[in-house]
Ligand binder design. Structure first.
Ligand code: MN
Length: 508
């Protein structure tokens, strides 16, 4: 049995807190400890051990004192019958709103496909009020997922599936890759036990071999960087999550030799220019695998992720992935939106290399009400289109409460979340059509599209998709994009692909 995480550990994990912050968190810790007194978890541990872990993990990813306090108090209303008014009296309005949001999410349950969409809708609605609610909820779920072994069997599978189907995709959407991987790997063994065993066995077989190869690659990379005069850098090993490996194995017919990124080498440098210099050094020394170079710095992923990925032949018959990024990009890649809600940022601390793919998300942060910081113009290359549109639409009154309130809700309300028949969530701008959906899935499928079904019924290709729709694309071999499709498409991606297909009719 593990010990209850002490308050001192949480306070230490907080990044440069002020005395009022320490007081707030300490008070919340003691209040929750008393409120949950006598309650036990399935593991037999005091219920408060869960609370303390959640509070700690929120502090650990660098969140502000109010979010940590809300984490410590997140179960007091529902499980300890504390009135919300009491929370407000003792801890202030913001903490009350956060606890309320988390409580409202309460039992998000996975009960098959129909309920799944309902849960997601509820989640997005609650979160639109304050994105910090979602961070608390994710950390709550993470600790519950990590302690699944104690949960009675009949509940275990449902919680594991919910974690994979609802929470991990949300962590991914918010760019919190560390949390996403932890959620997936905690839930995987209980959601799909056989597949988990199979994946772990395959991984074990190749563990030593892969580790030796990575070690050599790391040593050589350090030497080559130094020889090229680049001295300010660090390296680290990236181990692919077990669930993520499983999904890739499924796509590669379970041939593990076709997967080059089970282990990857990361090279972390101070500036973007250094990233390209490092790429030069890497490609000069190792021959890159054609078609495997991805420049997510110039073209960030939709969730803001930035890095250069390349796979190189390592000279031993195999290949391995190398990821190159700046320190700021590294921090964002790990904690996504949370990396923008940290003390440092709130207090106006500006780091030399800051300003990466998630810069735009600052606009959704209610904390900015307290600390006015000049809102940077969303960067042309990094802000998703919908964020830019939003920012420009409201540019005239951009300091008002109203503006901030509308931005907060726009984060989700200007998007529709629809599903593939296999329940993957696809995130599209409002007004998106089945054409946008098809290109978001796969351009080869989209180019052969002949029709679309929404919730089991055929629809015209220009119908606007709604939250929770299940969309199925019908294809036929002779299917072909038309000029009309171009006019009906809302997303830049779909338009770009259709334009290409129209320009080269024989290629598609
Ligand atoms: Mn909880």
């Amino acid at each position: 049995m593990t010990e209850v995480k002490p308050l001192a550990d949480i306070l230490t994990a907080m990044k440069s807190p002020e005395s009022a912050d320490i007081a707030l968190v300490s008070k919340a810790y003691e209040f929750a400890q008393k409120a949950h007194e006598g309650q036990k978890r399935y593991s037999g541990e005091p219920y408060f051990s869960h609370i303390a872990e959640v509070g700690y993990s929120i502090a650990d990813i660098g969140m502000d004192a109010q979010t940590i306090a809300a984490g410590l108090l997140h179960d007091t209303v529902e499980d300890a019958h504390i009135a919300e008014e009491t929370i407000e009296q003792e801890f202030g309005k913001d903490v009350r709103i956060l606890v309320h949001g988390v409580t409202k999410l309460g039992a998000l349950k996975y009960r098959g496909m129909e309920r799944h969409t309902e849960s997601l809708r509820k989640l997005f609605a609650a979160t639109a009020e304050d994105i910090r609610v979602l961070i608390v909820k994710l950390m709550d779920r993470l600790h519950n997922a990590k302690t699944l072994e104690y949960v009675p069997e009949h509940k275990r599978e449902r919680i594991a599936l919910e974690t994979l189907e609802i929470y991990a995709p949300i962590a991914d959407r918010l760019g919190m890759s560390v949390i996403k991987t932890e959620l997936e790997d905690a839930a995987f063994p209980y959601a799909f036990p056989e597949e988990y065993e199979k994946t772990v066995d395959l991984l074990k077989e190749r563990k030593n071999e892969n580790e030796n190869r990575l070690e050599k690659l790391e040593k050589d990379a350090k030497r080559e960087m130094a020889a090229a005069g680049i001295l300010s850098f660090r390296t680290e090993a990236r181990i692919k999550g077990v669930f993520s490996l499983y999904k890739k194995l499924e796509r590669k017919d379970w041939d593990i030799t076709k997967i080059y990124d089970i282990l990857a080498l990361r090279i972390i440098v101070p500036t973007v220019a250094d990233c390209y210099s490092a790429l030069g050094v890497v490609h000069k020394h190792w021959r890159p695998v054609p078609g495997k170079i991805k420049d997510y710095i110039a073209f960030p992923k939709p969730n803001g992720y930035q890095s250069i990925h390349t796979t190189v032949y390592t000279g031993d018959g195999g290949a391995m992935e190398i990821q190159i990024r700046t320190e700021a990009q590294h921090r964002e890649a790990q904690f996504g939106i949370a990396s923008h809600l940290t003390y440092k940022e709130v207090q106006g601390y500006v780091e030399g290399t800051r300003g990466g793919g998630l810069e735009w998300i600052r606009q959704f942060i209610p904390l900015m009400r307290r600390t006015p910081v000049a809102t940077p113009e969303p960067q042309e290359r990094t802000a998703p289109q919908w964020v830019k549109e939003l920012a420009h639409a409201h540019a005239d009154n951009n300091q008002s409460e109203e503006y901030l309130a509308s931005l907060k809700s726009d984060f989700f309300t200007h998007r529709v979340f629809v599903f593939t028949p296999k329940a993957d969530v696809i995130d599209l701008p409002l007004g998106a059509t089945p054409i946008d959906f098809a290109y978001a899935i796969h351009s080869e499928v989209a180019n052969k599209m002949s029709g679309a079904k929404v919730n089991g019924k055929m629809v015209s290709l220009d119908s606007a998709l709604k939250n929770g729709d299940i969309v199925e694309i019908i294809t036929k071999p002779a299917g072909k994009p038309t000029r009309k499709w171009y006019d009906m498409a809302k997303t830049t991606l779909a338009r770009k692909m259709i334009r290409q297909a129209l320009a080269h009719p024989n290629k598609y």
